[in-house]
Design a protein around this ligand. Structure first.
Ligand code: FUL
Length: 478
């Protein structure tokens, strides 16, 4: 009897053809990029000599004695950021003026010659430790352009820059992101020469050699620069990603600081050769550094929320700068705004009406439950709805079984298999028929659609064009 039962099971399994998952559409993100995408909120902290001179770009001739915060407390920065939902903090360890926030062995132009903590302080260390304590990732900004250094423009400076990078990565382990600024060359102090030095932005730094040196110390680090290689600039400093936003880019002729590439960086290349998503940098104030006369110009929670929708909500990451003041603290106004921003995020995205609602699709891959529409509403981003390979279009419906208020619809592509969708639409069921309420092009990691508030019991998403069969891991409705 047992034998017959076993034979039936074997026969049954042999006749059931397993439906294989879709093949990836290349390029796809690596693990470090995937983790980076999931962060959504990243913080920048611009703090240096400029905070005390009221400038945005120091000339490089500022004395070290100028740097003297009275109540400097990175623990405050980290805890405010943590509370607001940020996942990482990138510190300007050295901005264009060349002053170093750690006691570098390669220059005298650092905190070691400042009155702060009698020259015994190390702000990079303090910030790295505060981040660790708060559970934030720690990142480094080290300006390639150095208006203080006498050798800037010659090969000797490249050696200096690499020495400093090596020093930072060895002294402060677990750096998750390295930010290479594209602003390069121009006038400066340059060891007293006070002249203009222009560099050949494409070749001067020999970035491949520099990056491979850093990678040997920190294999998982994310490199930001205008053109990647891990993440790219968004082409503006307003924190706004392209409405069409391909994570893919062909970076062959691009390099940090190359003029005229803003639109390309903002939208990416549909058939780009590399996965290089954009990071949307923006400051909470008009300037990157603290200026008392901007205390009343701190972005409101509503403005920050709008930027979130246009960055993280377009599949990118929002990198928000909060500059500490002369005390070395986040200013009260900035903190208030950040708290308000968090409150808005929590309120707007409080209850996902689609979670465990009834989801259906006429077509799904191989008719297999493994790829059915219920995966869209199971709260698990690792499962997905997909169609057959010859179907670059498809649609699915969410039936709430009651009337719900809809303000935002969130869609997520399963980017581990590449970015695919080129065009989609959202309809709501109203007055006995489907009515179009939103349309979009790309989705990527996460797309948030703000729609005209509506009360409905059903919504329908149609994928109208895609590079290959669509693979969507979630729909959320708020
Ligand atoms: C720019 C710099 O020149 C600004 O000072 C700031 O650091 C911003 C994030 O990048 O290129």
């Amino acid at each position: 009897m047992k034998k017959i039962f076993f034979a039936i099971i074997v026969f049954y399994s042999c006749t059931q053809k397993e439906t294989l998952p879709p093949s990836p559409v290349l390029p796809v993100p690596d693990n470090a990029q995937l983790a980076w995408h999931n962060m959504e909120l990243n913080a920048f902290v611009h703090f240096t000599i400029n905070t005390f001179t009221d400038k945005e770009w120091g000339y490089g001739d500022e004395g070290e004695k100028i740097f003297n915060p009275t109540e400097c407390n990175p623990i405050q920065w980290a805890s405010v950021l943590k509370e607001a939902g940020f996942k990482g903090l990138i510190l300007t360890c050295k901005h264009h003026d060349g002053f170093c926030l750690w006691p570098s062995q390669f220059t005298e132009h650092s905190v070691k010659n400042s009155p702060w903590k009698n020259g015994q302080g190390d702000l990079v260390k303090e910030v790295a430790e505060a981040c660790k304590q708060a559970g934030l990732k720690f990142g480094i900004y080290l300006s390639p352009w150095d208006r203080n250094h006498k050798d800037y423009g010659s090969p000797a400076y490249i050696k200096y820059y690499r020495n400093q990078l090596k020093e930072l990565f060895e002294k402060y382990p677990d750096v998750f992101e390295m930010w290479f600024d594209g602003a390069n060359g121009g006038d400066g102090f340059y060891g007293g020469k006070r002249e203009t030095r222009n560099i050949d932005g494409k070749n001067y730094y020999d970035w491949p050699a520099t990056l491979s040196m850093v990678k040997k110390i920190d294999t998982g680090v994310i490199f930001f620069s205008d053109a990647g290689p891990s993440v790219r600039w968004a082409g503006n400093e307003k924190g706004i990603a392209g409405e069409t936003n391909w994570n893919t880019l062909t970076p062959d002729t691009l390099y940090a600081g190359k003029p005229g590439i803003e639109k390309l960086l903002n939208e990416g290349n549909e058939n780009g050769s590399h996965w290089i998503p954009q990071e949307c940098d923006v400051s909470i104030r008009p300037g990157w550094f603290y200026h008392a006369n901007e205390d009343s110009l701190v972005k409101t929670p509503e403005q920050l929320f709008d930027i979130y929708l246009k960055s993280a909500g377009r599949g990118s990451l929002m990198l928000l700068n909060i500059p500490p003041d002369r005390r070395g603290l986040f200013h009260e106004n900035d903190i208030e705004s950040l708290r308000g921003f968090r409150k808005l995020l929590d309120e707007k995205f409080k209850t996902d009406q689609a979670l465990h609602a009834s989801a259906s699709a006429k077509y799904y891959r191989g008719g297999s439950e493994r790829y059915s529409a219920k995966n869209l509403v199971d709260g698990n981003d690792e499962t997905y709805w997909a169609t057959d390979d010859d179907q670059p279009i498809g649609s699915f419906e969410i039936d709430f079984r009651k009337n719900v208020n809809v303000n935002y619809v969130i869609l997520k592509e399963y980017i581990k298999l590449g970015q695919r969708i080129k065009h989609f639409s959202i309809d709501v069921w109203k007055e006995g028929q489907w009515q179009n309420t939103a349309n979009g092009t790309t989705i990527g990691h996460k797309r948030i659609l703000k729609i005209d508030p509506v009360t409905t019991n059903k919504i329908k998403i149609e994928i109208l064009d895609s590079k290959a069969c669509p693979v969507i891991s979630a729909v959320e409705v708020y």
